[in-house]
Design a protein around this ligand. Structure first.
Ligand SMILES: C[S@@+](CC[C@H](N)C(=O)[O-])C[C@H]1O[C@@H](n2cnc3c(N)ncnc32)[C@H](O)[C@@H]1O
Length: 244
């Protein structure tokens, strides 16, 4: 996202605040996050205070669809919140990103996807596996395919700059999550109950398997709010990975 000091960064679906605090500490941005989870909101507030980032990082318990200040952000990150949105609401999602970003502002879109079906009219028919996941883990969740995301971005006023496939990164990631849950099983059962812990252990295993089989993928797509003329971005791919 080419973060730099003073950038106004919005993280929609900010989870436990990891990205917000990292971006503020390492890049000097003014970061704002929204989440629907009270537990995450409370945790983020503690984390911000603990890391001495008050004033630089703020979090709200708020639905991102209610954010209404046009062009309030230089950069927006959406990391794995999109799966909660549902295909029927994708236009509304991208139009909201468009409204909140300044002209040429950058939007980083990370979402899990499924493979497009040969007959696209069959794409939304849920598999048995999806039925389990949406019933027990992500109620109402729905994946799209990467071509639909990039098409929608272009349709709704963005220029796509980069699409990076990260499917194989998620296999060790999900295994690590499963191992950590197992290592902390006693505390997790005390907090969430044995049934929920079993479900999440199953979900981590199933999902690692789905990424391994290549039935599910995940992409990071970088886009900017489109306008005519130069994008202002460097003419090489190395700049995507700069560490400064
Ligand atoms: C799967 S978590 C991802 C969290 C974080 N971005 C990460 O990668 O660790 C999804 C997040 O989206 C948030 N969320 C879902 N729908 C939302 C909405 N309508 N408005 C704001 N946050 C939302 C949830 O509260 C949660 O923080």
């Amino acid at each position: 996202m080419r973060l730099s000091s003073g950038d106004r960064l919005l993280d929609i679906g900010c989870g436990w605040g990891g990205l917000l605090c990292h971006a503020a500490r390492h890049y000097g941005v003014k970061a704002h996050g929204v989440t629907l989870s009270k537990e995450q909101y409370d945790y983020c507030q503690d984390k911000i205070a603990r890391e001495g980032l008050a004033g630089q990082v703020t979090v709200e318990l708020r639905d991102y669809r209610t954010l209404d200040q046009a062009e309030a952000c230089d950069k927006i990150a959406q990391i794995e919140m999109f799966e909660h949105v549902g295909i029927d609401n994708h236009d509304r999602h991208f139009l909201q990103m468009h409204k909140l970003l300044r002209s040429r502002g950058l939007y980083l879109h990370q979402a899990s996807t499924r493979m497009a079906t040969r007959d696209l009219s069959k794409f939304r028919k849920p598999t048995q596996y999806q039925k389990v996941i949406t019933r027990f883990i992500f109620p109402g969740g729905e994946f799209d395919y990467i071509g639909l995301s990039t098409t929608n971005l272009e349709r709704l006023g963005f220029e796509v700059h980069d699409v990076e496939a990260m499917r194989e990164h998620y296999i060790p990631t999900l295994r690590a999550w499963g191992e950590r849950l197992h290592a902390n099983q006693v505390a997790a059962i005390a907090e969430a109950g044995a049934q929920k812990c079993r479900l999440w252990a199953m979900y981590f295993t199933l999902f690692a398997f789905a990424f391994e089989r290549n039935t599910v993928s995940v992409f990071q797509t970088l886009a900017s709010k489109r306008r005519r003329g130069p994008s202002g971005l460097p003419l090489n791919r190395e700049s995507l990975y700069r560490q400064d």
